[in-house]
Design a binder for this molecule. Structure first.
Ligand code: DOR
Ligand code: ZN
Length: 442
């Protein structure tokens, strides 16, 4: 039993943003009111003993519905040297995420029902964030043959994606959208045309020329965004565009929404906060796919967030080992480790600067993801499951290898102090993180 007092409760579903007390019983939100008295709390909880109630002073802090990250790479099965479901879901809880969607580019890829069930059960076993599997679209990520979508959905998949690779064949994507309709799940598209992307390692432009690195043109993404929204329009399937990073992609998605196509889109914090100007030859933690955008693209992404063209934030948490990231820039793998730093980065880089409100953060990182993928959470209302995060905008922390729950350290923030962190995370009313430490269960 839990009583959080005087906390700044942000819940866009109720248009609520103000100081409230919140009471939780048996994992369910039981009361939300201004300044509750002890006898009222005891009445709500049906107990006479205040000692049974954990009391938390929320003054100066925010209470958000648990963040939901629709784009996470957990690397299990097969690449457990980078991350596993346990370490990744612990990192999630430490970052304020109560639900995560696990991408299918593992080894083997998640293209059979037994593998979907494996990811789901490993997630339950870890007992941290809720882990929802994303199944592959094509067998073996080969782009040639669709997986058994219904079977995968029945095994627990909440979406389909060959993320890590673009689906090159347009007819394959059209078929995937057609079949996915029957499952009710969206296709998450990693939009990348392999021929245009070539062997590029960063965004093509002045900066790539200066560094002498092979560039990936913005069109490698945008042409596929255009193709996929058109196919979604034609089939009536649901498309979700992963990691939007170019101005043209934003323009296309905006136009598609205007004509009623069922498209949603996500943007990653690193694309909002870093640009191709941050890339250096030794800075492989800045190597990510899609690559860091130009300033002009970044402005378009922020505009897209502001006007609702982009529906959600997602980390694209992509852990890699130190050895892999120690390679020369051109050879190192793409990816940024993000679960434990993303909220602090967004808070400091966007909210404090007035570019995003706390209400928008909750909408973009909790409510909208829950709605699009049909998940529990996304709200703090009486009767809803207590997936919540207590956020302290003043909490400062140095990001170090030791402090991270993730196995990997490939973050541009390593060795830096950040401010604004979750200090408590509950899943289903159970406190799983307190003062930046995971509470190990017996
Ligand atoms: O940077 C990335 N890393 N982008 C992707 O699309 C895949 C991901 C990974 O799996 O490492
Ligand atoms: Zn991707």
């Amino acid at each position: 039993m839990l009583w959080i007092k005087n906390v700044n409760l942000v819940d866009p579903t109720q248009g609520l943003s103000g100081v409230r007390d919140v009471v939780v019983r048996d994992g369910i939100i039981s009361a939300i009111q201004e300044r509750l008295q002890e006898q009222d709390v005891l009445a709500v909880l049906g107990t006479a003993r205040i000692e049974e109630v954990q009391q938390i002073d929320g003054s100066g802090k925010y209470l958000f519905s648990g963040l939901i990250d629709v784009h996470v790479h957990l690397r299990e099965p097969g690449q457990e040297d980078k991350e596993d479901i346990r370490s990744g879901s612990r990192a999630a809880v430490r970052g304020g995420f109560t639900s995560i969607l696990a991408m299918a580019n593992t080894s083997p890829v998640i293209d059979q029902r037994a593998l979907v069930e494996f990811v789901r059960i490993q997630g339950q076993r870890a007992g941290m964030a809720r882990v929802y599997p994303i199944a592959a679209v094509t067998k073996g990520f080969k782009g040639l043959e669709l997986v058994e979508m219904m079977d995968m959905r029945d095994g627990g998949a909440v979406g389909f994606s060959d993320d890590g690779k673009g689906i090159q064949n347009a007819e394959m994507m059209r078929l995937a959208l057609e079949y996915a309709k029957l499952t009710g799940c969206p296709i998450i598209s990693h939009c990348e045309d392999n021929d245009l992307a070539g062997n590029g390692v960063m965004r093509r432009g002045e900066e790539s020329a200066r560094l002498g690195l092979r560039g990936i043109p913005a069109s490698a993404e945008s042409v596929m965004v255009a193709r996929d929204v058109l196919l979604a329009g034609e089939t009536g399937g649901k498309i979700h565009i992963a990691h939007v990073s170019t101005k043209e992609s934003v323009q296309i998605i905006r136009a598609a929404k205007n004509i009623g196509i069922d498209v949603t889109a996500e943007v990653n914090p690193h694309h909002l906060l870093l640009t191709d100007k941050d890339v250096t030859l030794t800075g492989t933690s800045f190597k990510v796919n899609p690559p860091l955008p130009s300033m002009e693209d970044q402005e378009a992404l922020l505009q897209g967030l502001a006007d609702g063209t982009i529906d959600m934030l997602a980390t694209d948490h992509a852990p890699h080992t130190w050895e892999e990231k120690a390679k020369p820039f051109a050879e190192a793998p793409f990816g940024i480790n993000a679960l434990e730093t993303a909220l602090a980065a967004v808070w400091q880089g966007l909210v404090v600067k007035g570019l995003l409100s706390p209400e928008q953060v909750v909408k973009l990182w909790s409510l909208n993801p829950a709605r699009r993928f049909g998940l529990a959470g996304g709200t703090i209302q009486v009767g809803s499951a207590a997936d919540m995060v207590l956020f302290d905008p003043l909490y400062k922390e140095m990001i170090t290898a030791e402090s991270l729950e993730s196995k990997a350290q490939n973050t541009p923030f390593l060795g830096k102090e950040m401010q604004g962190f979750p200090v408590m995370t509950w899943v289903n009313g159970e406190l799983l993180m307190e003062n930046r430490k995971i509470l190990d269960r017996k």
